[in-house]
Ligand binder design. Structure first.
Ligand code: ATP
Length: 789
């Protein structure tokens, strides 16, 4: 059997050698390297790329003993028979499961690490003899392949991105399972070759039309995230006392570009808190320890480099998928891009996420049926990846989704990471297939670290501390059970058994097993004593990046996607689109029209000849003014509470600025503006009165003018989600209302002279109170929403 495997390996390796050697001899010779002369600049012939892949796959090999023959056999057989599946990506993922599976696919039995190292199907010698390694280890590899890659992949930016990718720790970044196989044994010398091989796969999949183009065409700034001894506590204020609660206790870890780090743990273990903390979204005053991005502390610049997908999908229900992504692109992409380029980017993201079919469907919400849960999640992810972020954080992206959709989402994350991005996600209860897709894992229990390391080695680690599943189970389920302190169906480490045997009542539960608290304590201690120091030392090693790239992260400059005026226009249009159903609903139109008709009928044939009639008219006008003043107020009341989550999300991502400035100068300027608008309004009233010189016609025209303003203002200006518009709107309402009264009452002297409000002193004090009141109100709202001004 051993012999058979060796010869199979050699055959494969020789095939690869032929292909690679041909590529070296003539990198632009399409025929030799399997590139057909397609009009788009050439595509990789499926046959030859399959050959390349087939030959490259055995790279996971090391010398093997015959005790693992069964594994080798299945692996070889898989490679042999799955070739037709390669284009669908099935073989890739299966191969990956098979390779990762040594440590956790077959939960229920455990293999010591040295055996795992030996359990690969082909020996080093097999490959070395084939000459494949010798070729790949040559420095010229990337250089030789680069022009070829550009031919294959018509988007040069991607080729450049991938080439860059290959230089910076590609051993960890490379997502090609075949390439990763070399990583196991040869972490440094094959860096260049790994990316080359990955790109061949990308082209293969593209050509087969079974896989979407890789994410992001522009190179991404690589960001390495490290966090050491993170602690976080909250202060809970009671009626009489304050109490401190530790949420996180000394969490350390790291994640590199190209990797997906999963944060796992039971409910309340601190996953979301940790994610928010390392995503720069928590108040830093109660944070201990450090977290760095390319060895630099968090800076505001990172806001534009970080994508954060929250657990709740914060989207406008009445916008379509395309509109949602287009507005995000317009607001968030840099000013250097044109409007068309931004719109193009939104369409690219739609196709990258496979949302073409539902791009014109409304997102939907509690009252409107819209896209499915999985599609909605992808839109949320699209909203973030549209900016080509270096770091992507996701809070439970798979919650509430079926296992297939969840798998698709995690596959998507893997693809995103493949583009050189750093991905961190919390996850609740992943299926075993899903679990296998993570590169690194952090297991939390009550805010403490129970495991940090490769996801593929988690089972091995717990086995080494005496925790093994007694029945075959999903590794994620096993880990969560452990983190919960639930050790049913788990073999108990002897140390814990001893505790129960010596009759420690605290340690024992009713069924004679150690209590969850004791299990937790044991796991925390085991990690502290066996792994923590080693991992912390690794975190001390500086990031292998140029100083220039590192310093970019610490830049204090914030990047706005659009100028203030553009932001205002985009938000205005978005507000109108989102509420078009509300504005133009039949209910609203009927409400307005019927009120107008009733008021018109009341005004019709009324006269002002006697003081009594005049009083009737004044009463009616007062009602009109109050009604139209308050009607929009009540409809606008719900705007901000409803939009609060969106406002917080968009402000956290620096999508736009709030323009309320809390300074005395601004306050007096606002007052001046309001005062001038009163003067202008008075001017209008005087002009109307003087032109018509007829009380009834003048008041009618003034009312119509004012109401037109009010309706326009009330229906459009009021809903723009910028506080300043709200304040202006309120002032506007006040002034139009006052103007209305003024115009009416000025001309109705002396009958209602008693309630004239044009007394200068009253006016100024009312104005000050009004402006101050509005600003105070806005300030309090902002403070309550923790948005700052
Ligand atoms: N501001 C806060 N005040 C009080 N307690 C808090 C605060 N923030 C977090 N906690 C507590 O910290 C613990 C961890 O919360 P966190 O939301 O991070 O857990 P989680 O692991 O994400 O849970 P889930 O999976 O249920 O979302 C919880 O017990 C929570 O009640």
């Amino acid at each position: 059997m051993e012999k058979a495997n060796t010869s199979l390996a050699r055959t494969r390796s020789e095939q690869l050698l032929e292909t690679v050697a041909a590529a070296f001899k003539s990198p632009t010779n399409n025929e030799a390297v399997g590139v057909s002369d397609g009009s788009s600049g050439g595509t990789l012939s499926r046959k030859s790329s399959k050959r390349l892949m087939m030959a490259a796959s055995p790279g996971r090999s090391t010398s093997g003993g015959n005790k693992n023959t069964h594994i080798r056999k299945s692996r070889s057989a898989q490679m042999k028979f799955d070739l037709d599946d390669v284009s669908s990506g099935a073989a890739l993922s299966r191969a990956s499961s098979a390779s990762l599976g040594f440590s956790f696919s077959f939960t229920g039995f455990n293999m010591p690490p040295d055996e795992i190292a030996d359990s690969k199907p082909f020996s080093d010698d097999d490959i070395l003899r084939s000459g494949f390694l010798a070729h790949l280890s040559e420095e010229k590899t990337v250089a030789s392949f680069r022009p070829w890659i550009r031919d294959l992949y018509p988007r040069p930016a991607l080729a450049v991105a991938l080439s860059q990718h290959s230089h910076s720790h590609a051993s960890r970044q490379s997502r090609s399972k075949t390439a990763a196989s070399f990583t196991l044994k040869y972490p440094d010398s094959f860096i260049s070759s790994q990316s080359t091989v990955s790109m061949v796969f990308a082209a293969e999949d593209l050509e087969a039309g079974t896989r979407k183009p890789k994410f992001q065409t522009e190179p991404t700034l690589p960001i390495y995230l490290k966090f050491t001894d993170l602690t976080y506590k909250v202060i809970i204020k009671g009626m009489t006392s304050t109490e401190e609660k530790d949420i996180l206790n000394g969490i350390s870890g790291s994640v590199d570009p190209g990797e997906v780090l999963a944060l796992m743990g039971p409910s309340g273990s601190g996953k979301t808190t940790l994610l928010n903390l390392i995503g720069g979204r928590l108040n830093q005053t109660t944070v201990g320890g450090s977290f760095t991005f390319n060895d630099q502390p968090y800076s505001k610049f990172l806001k534009s480099r970080i994508g954060f997908v929250t657990q709740d999908d914060v989207l406008f229900p009445h916008l379509t998928v395309k509109e949602t992504l287009t507005y995000a692109a317009l607001l968030r992409l840099p000013k250097t891009l044109t409007k068309e380029q931004k719109q193009r980017r939104a369409i690219d993201v739609i196709s990258e996420l496979g949302l073409e079919r539902c791009q014109d469907t409304m997102i939907g919400g509690s009252f409107v049926r819209g896209v499915s849960g999985g599609e909605r999640k992808r839109v949320c992810i699209g909203n973030e990846i549209i900016i080509n972020p270096s770091l992507l954080f996701l809070d439970e992206p798979t919650s509430g989704l079926d296992s297939t959709t969840a798998l698709r989402i995690v596959q998507l994350l893997q693809d995103i990471a493949e583009g050189g991005k750093t991905v961190v996600t919390t996850i609740h209860q992943p299926s075993s297939r899903l679990f296998h897709k993570f590169d690194k894992l952090i297991l939390l229990g009550k805010g403490s670290l129970l495991y940090f390391g490769k996801a593929s080695e988690a089972m091995l680690y717990f086995s080494s501390i005496g925790c093994n599943p007694l029945i075959a189970m999903n590794p994620a389920e096993f880990l969560l059970d452990l983190a919960n302190g639930n050790i049913n169906d788990v073999s108990v480490p002897s140390e814990l058994e001893d505790k129960v045997q010596i009759g420690n009542s605290k340690a024992e539960t009713s069924n004679g097993k150690p209590s969850p608290a004791v299990v937790h304590e044991y796991l925390v201690e085991a990690y502290e004593t066996r792994v923590a120091d080693k991992e912390k030392k690794k975190l001390m090693v500086p990031i292998p990046l140029d100083e220039e790239v590192k310093s970019k992260v610490s830049s204090r400059k914030r990047q706005w996607g659009a100028s203030w005026w553009e932001q205002y226009t985009i938000l205005f249009c978005r507000g109108i689109k989102e509420r078009r159903h509300d504005y133009f609903s039949w209910l609203r139109i009927t409400q307005v029209l019927s009120t107008a008709i009733i008021l018109g009928l009341l005004w019709w044939k009324s006269d002002s000849r006697s003081p009594k009639d005049l009083q009737d008219q004044a009463g009616l006008l007062f009602f009109i003014a109050v009604f139209w003043g308050f009607f929009p107020v009540f409809t606008a009341i719900f705007t901000f509470p409803q939009e609060r989550a969106m406002l917080s999300k968009e402000r956290a991502a620096d999508m736009y600025r709030l323009r309320l400035r809390l300074s005395a100068a601004r306050f007096f300027l606002t007052m001046l503006t309001v005062f001038l608008s009163i003067v202008a309004a008075q001017g209008l009233g005087l002009a109307i009165g003087a032109t018509l010189m007829d009380l009834k016609r003048a008041t009618t025209l003034a009312s119509v003018t004012v109401m037109t303003f009010m309706l326009a203002g009330g229906y459009f200006v009021k809903k723009v989600p910028v506080f300043v518009s709200w304040i202006r709107y309120m002032s506007f309402n006040y002034h139009t209302y006052k103007l209305l009264l003024k115009v009416q009452y000025e001309h109705m002297t002396p009958a209602i002279n008693g309630i004239r409000i044009d007394n200068g002193l009253t006016e100024v004090s009312a104005l000050v109170a009004m402006v101050f009141g509005y600003r105070l109100l806005a300030y309090i709202s902002l403070r309550r929403m923790k948005l700052g001004a």
